[in-house]
Design a protein. Sequence first.
Length: 68
Amino acid sequence: MNDEIFHQSIRKLLKNVGVRSQQAIEQAVTKALAEGRLQGDESLPASVRVQVAGLELDLEFEGDITLE
């Protein structure tokens, strides 16, 4: 196993997930605000799940997205 390639591939995946999920969340919040489904002062519970096929790995992270 090439550790450098392995670590780079993990970082690339996590960067992609971070950027794309942030964009999707920002768009969803903007739409919900425009439609009146959010007031703009909420704290929204959120979770992220990481699973890796071929490994017995299933992680879940929870937190809040605070709008104000």
